[in-house]
Design a protein around this ligand. Structure first.
Ligand SMILES: C[S@@+](CC[C@H](N)C(=O)[O-])C[C@H]1O[C@@H](n2cnc3c(N)ncnc32)[C@H](O)[C@@H]1O
Length: 349
């Protein structure tokens, strides 16, 4: 799909004339999503896909997390973007930024400023399941950049993005915040392959990844003293109650976040303190959860350069550049810049 651009000639007047939002679907709208959720809850272990964290409350709580003293990833990624945005814009020559899982897009203006300074900024496409965030970001950024056109997409970037938007533009497709870590190893290669297939030869892909580091640093980041991550985690049960008419008792579940060194990932769980019987009307399901039988709500995989290069390779992407903070510091976070690997036809043409 090529989105209709809000206007063929960028306008500097009323910001709302440079803004359009396409609501493809919201969580819970669709039968296949219900089937997916049902299967996940009945799995071993029971799971809730992490996209359900992000109703309005969850999105606001996530923003609070990004400001916590223990939560280093957002600050580290912001620092990297500030240091490298001009170089990224210079090498990619992008005119359009497509941002997957944009959320509150608090780091996005660093890239947009660099694009504007280079005289190339035309279009921004935030894609997120959180409708309130997409609307807020679209309004804020059309107000901030007098010529920018914003085409927001509300939907699941796995299910509702059969084609990358803004075809014909020179696109930088950004996937920041290490959201890629929320996919399992096979899923993430599959997802990136799908992105790579949609990319033109001039498009570039920018991925933010959290790096493997000492377990105590990771543990602190996901078990903050103020308890905001615990509140964020339990909010997913509130989403289940509201969207799927469930009767989870939020306070009956304990937040647990542990680093699994073999898989190199944080796992976030909600563990019932006592036996729970939960009715989920929209799924026609009664869930029996004995005390201690946790629900897995998020995985957050940690990477290094070799694992990102392998993931790119598997997905048909070439890793062009790797940006890390001062290597003398413990590697905290990195940005990987890639492109679609050239396709060579069987005849060699
Ligand atoms: C970890 S946050 C990162 C937000 C922002 N990019 C940042 O770097 O701070 C993940 C974001 O992806 C969105 N998200 C998660 N799963 C999604 C999905 N399947 N489809 C679309 N958006 C999704 C969430 O709503 C949230 O805004």
């Amino acid at each position: 799909m090529t989105p209709e651009r809000p206007h063929s000639t960028p306008r500097t007047g009323d910001p709302s004339s440079r803004l359009s939002i396409d609501v493809r679907r919201e969580p819970g709208d669709d039968h296949s999503e219900r089937d997916e959720l049902r299967a996940a809850l009945l799995g071993d272990p029971p799971r809730i896909p992490s996209k359900y964290f992000y109703d309005h409350t969850g999105s606001v709580l996530f923003e609070e997390i990004t400001r916590l003293p223990e939560y280093y990833p957002t600050r580290a990624e912001r620092g990297l973007l500030e240091a490298r945005a001009a170089e990224i814009v210079e090498t990619t020559r992008a005119t359009t930024l497509v941002e997957l899982g944009a959320g509150a897009a608090t780091k996005t203006p660093i890239l947009l400023d660099a694009m504007e300074a280079a005289g190339r900024l035309r279009c921004y496409v935030p894609v997120d399941v959180a409708q309130s965030m997409v609307r807020h970001v679209a309004e804020e950024l059309t107000g901030r950049y007098p010529r920018l056109e914003v085409f927001g997409i509300v939907g699941d970037f796995v299910e509702h993005l059969p084609e990358l938007p803004a075809e014909g533009e020179r696109r930088l497709v950004a996937f920041l915040g290490s959201t890629i870590g929320n996919f399992g190893p096979e899923e993430r290669v599959e997802f990136l392959s799908h992105i790579a297939e949609q990319m033109g030869p001039e498009d570039r892909f920018l991925l933010g990844v959290d790096l493997v580091k000492p377990a105590e640093v990771l543990h602190a980041a996901y078990n903050d003293e103020a308890g905001i991550t615990a509140e964020f985690n339990r909010n997913i049960l509130g989403v289940m109650n509201r969207v799927f008419r469930a009767d989870f008792e939020l306070d009956a579940f304990e937040h647990r976040a542990v680093f699994e060194p073999v898989e190199r990932r944080i796992e976030m769980w909600l563990v019932p303190r006592s036996d729970q019987r939960v009715t989920i009307e929209e799924l026609d399901l009664v869930l029996e959860l004995p005390a201690g039988r946790g629900i897995l709500t998020e995985i957050s995989s940690k990477f290094d350069r070799a694992s990102v290069a392998a993931m790119f390779e598997g997905a048909g992407l070439t890793l062009d550049a790797w940006y890390e903070e001062d290597p003398a510091l413990v590697g905290r976070f990195a940005l990987a810049l890639g492109r679609r690997r050239d396709r060579i036809s069987p005849s060699g043409e």
